[in-house]
Write a protein that binds this ligand. Structure first.
Ligand SMILES: NC(=O)c1ccc[n+]([C@@H]2O[C@H](COP(=O)([O-])OP(=O)(O)OC[C@H]3O[C@@H](n4cnc5c(N)ncnc54)[C@H](O)[C@@H]3O)[C@@H](O)[C@H]2O)c1
Ligand SMILES: O=c1ccn([C@@H]2O[C@H](COP(=O)(O)OP(=O)(O)O[C@H]3O[C@H](CO)[C@@H](O)[C@H](O)[C@H]3O)[C@@H](O)[C@H]2O)c(=O)[nH]1
Length: 440
């Protein structure tokens, strides 16, 4: 089977590489020529565990190709996946410019049947717009080449993308033709041989499923962050409460970790887009409006804790603050909407000095923040002469540090644990002042 994937970002590159790994002949297309050039020489543009090896292996095996030309790839393939970006527009709605660009290129160039599958996260009604754009381009050419559209939203998590793709909880496919359904069944069959978890549904429901899933997950996070802050105020321990409620199988224990707010390329933009889409359709997503507000507030909580500890914002002037972690979560160099991007400007504004360490996101941080922040070569280097240490990203290498060494290196033993990963009793026994999220 031959397919093309348009857009070689997180989703496109992972999807293309994983299908190639299953024996499909995949052409990855991107308009970014330098990205394609680097991919051809084995350099992948993102940090994603194991991805580089898989790209190299399948590229060498001749199953994974890279090109800037969708026009050239089109005659060869039965299915085109569109996995281009859908960034937020000024009003929060999803910007469909790239999705429709791809549709128009297909309409302008197709000579035989193709199934056009949208993998990007798009609002309900996008498949209809894609279909209309292809038809319009065909009309301009005076041709009527048959095609189908389908929706196949992606649920992978950055940092665990290959595993999520290869072993999905479910695959959601929205179709409205038998031919499209057969093609998608054929493609996904090898991935889910023994447990065929493809859920076929109508296209609008598939489009909505993606937003509703992210909205539900973000709601759990804001909910537990709210509970955590109340726990702190009334003297309860959110870690105990989280376990207590998570043991109820109706609630479950996943995605209930309090922290310094959710970030990343998906939750913030998708929540905004769903709120906006509701407004455009005469509805209101009141729960999600609150989810967003809680998350904005939560991203400021680490700064509040530091300011309170030092007796007010003016006292942060001249303080040296060490940060462990810059990425929005472990396993990635992605800093989009990361809590670190809220805390760092607050600290700099207050006149504090910031020294940061992240195992993989330092280059990305330099690109975004320039010379405003100093970068240490390792976790211990970051805490040298620091007045406080703030944990922002729960990378595994931060979980069991040698606190004796950390304590000796620091000027003042203050730890703000933005992800509740440290043992507060151990730290306090060693003379640290410890602040967590929703724990005393
Ligand atoms: N990142 C994730 O974890 C994730 C997970 C699930 C779904 N999604 C959704 O998938 C979509 C893609 O996300 P991403 O993070 O992979 O985006 P990304 O920004 O990393 O990559 C998008 C790529 O598309 C390319 N592109 C744009 N217009 C093009 C065109 N006309 N032709 C060819 N290439 C073009 C860009 O150059 C870029 O390389 C978004 O809708 C996102 O919401 C993302
Ligand atoms: O209990 C939790 C779980 C996550 N987070 C935070 O939530 C954000 C998002 O984390 P995660 O969902 O693991 O990462 P993403 O890669 O953004 O993945 C989400 O967004 C993708 C893009 O739509 C979807 O495909 C995934 O299913 C969905 O989990 C991060 O800042 C995490 O720190 C918490 O604060 N508490």
């Amino acid at each position: 089977m031959k397919i093309a994937i348009v857009g070689t970002g997180y989703v496109g590159l992972v999807t293309g590489t994983c299908f190639a790994e299953l024996g499909v002949d995949v052409t990855c297309v991107d308009t970014d020529a330098s990205k394609i050039e680097r991919l051809r020489s084995g350099i992948i543009p993102i940090y994603e565990p194991n991805l580089e090896l898989l790209v190299e292996k399948n590229h060498k095996a001749g199953r994974l190709h890279f090109t800037t030309s969708l026009e050239e790839a089109l005659p060869e393939v039965e299915i085109v996946f569109s996995a281009v970006g859908t960034p937020p527009d000024e009003d929060g709605s999803a910007d469909l410019r790239y999705v429709l660009q791809v549709a128009r290129t297909i309409g302008r160039n197709m000579e035989r049947y193709v199934l056009v599958v949208t993998k990007s996260t798009v609002p309900v009604g996008t498949a209809a717009k894609v279909r209309a754009a292809i038809r319009e381009e065909q009309d301009k050419r005076g041709v009527q080449v048959p095609f189908d559209v389908a929706s196949n939203p992606e649920f992978l998590k950055e940092g665990n993308a290959i595993e999520d793709f290869m072993r999905p909880d479910r695959v959601v496919v929205g179709t409205d033709s038998e031919r499209a359904r057969d093609l998608m069944t054929k493609l996904y069959k090898p991935l889910l041989l023994n447990n065929f978890r493809v859920m076929f549904m109508d296209i609008p429901s598939a489009e909505m499923t993606k937003y509703a899933a992210n909205a539900m997950l973000a709601t759990r996070i804001s909910f537990i962050n709210d509970v955590a802050n109340l726990c702190q105020a009334v003297g309860a321990d959110v870690n105990m409460v989280r376990k207590g409620i998570g043991a109820d199988s109706r609630i479950g224990n996943k995605f209930l970790y309090p922290g310094c707010g959710y970030g990343g390329s998906c939750f913030p933009k998708d929540i905004k887009a769903l709120i906006r889409s509701a407004q455009e359709n005469g509805c209101r997503m009141e729960v999600l409006e609150a989810v967003e507000r809680v998350n904005e507030r939560q991203k400021g909580i680490l700064f509040e804790k530091l300011a309170r500890h030092f007796g007010g914002i003016p006292n942060l002037r001249g303080k040296r603050v060490a940060l462990w972690g810059l990425a929005f979560k472990p396993g990635t160099d992605d800093m989009r909407e990361a809590p670190s991007l809220v805390l760092i400007p607050q600290l700099l504004e207050a006149g504090a000095e910031v020294v940061a360490y992240d195992p993989v996101a330092t280059d990305e941080a330099r690109r975004r923040l320039g010379g405003a922040v100093a970068y240490a070569a390792d976790a211990y280097g970051a805490v040298l002469d620091a007045d406080a240490l703030v944990l922002l990203t729960e990378w595994k290498e931060f979980r069991l540090p040698n606190w004796e060494v950390v304590g000796r290196a620091m000027r003042d033993r203050v730890v703000v644990d933005g992800r509740n990963i440290f043992d507060r009793n151990e730290l306090r026994a060693l003379g640290f002042t410890y602040y967590g999220i929703g724990v005393l």
